[in-house]
Design a protein around this ligand. Structure first.
Ligand SMILES: [Zn+2]
Length: 157
């Protein structure tokens, strides 16, 4: 698989297909994936043949090099947007499983973050993907609606 991934990263046609699935949304610092969605709400990128990868992992390898991806046990979305493809300290960075679990346990209780979305990771990602294809600015409206929705559902102490 590593050899296939290295070949894919060096193939301008494959890279162009990957970049073609990324949508920029005015007012958002994220680079949004508009292609297929995985069961956990991440982007799925069909590379070639039977090689399908998590989209932001492909983007990380494209930006940082395949060795950096192999050296990173996991990646983390600092922006809490699983569809984000922006390799940047404020968006996607190398991480570990233990660190990701710790951060998730802290951040899932923060109202308005995608981690606390009642639609679930996949449901949310699918709705956002539809918006990205039809009306990209709608993803920011969706974020505001999420804050309002979670705000209303929060118990009063
Ligand atoms: Zn982001």
């Amino acid at each position: 698989m590593d050899v296939d991934l290295d070949a894919a990263l060096a193939d301008p046609g494959v890279v162009a297909r990957y970049l073609d699935k990324i949508v920029m949304v005015p007012g958002s610092g994220c680079r949004w994936w508009s292609g297929a969605i995985s069961g956990r709400g991440h982007g799925r990128f069909w590379v070639s043949g039977d090689l399908v990868v998590i989209a932001h992992r492909f983007g990380f390898a494209l930006t940082e090099g395949p060795e950096a991806l192999r050296d990173a046990p996991q990646l983390a979305h600092r922006c809490d947007n699983p569809l984000c493809q922006r390799v940047h300290p404020e968006h996607i960075v190398a991480s570990t499983a233990a660190r990701n679990r710790r951060e998730w346990a802290i951040r899932r209780h923060i109202a308005g973050l995608p981690l606390s979305d009642p639609r679930g990771a996949r449901g949310r990602a699918q709705e956002l993907r539809t918006l990205l294809r039809e009306n990209p600015a709608g993803v920011l409206v969706d974020q505001a609606r999420l804050v309002a929705l979670i705000g209303e559902q929060r118990p009063l102490f």
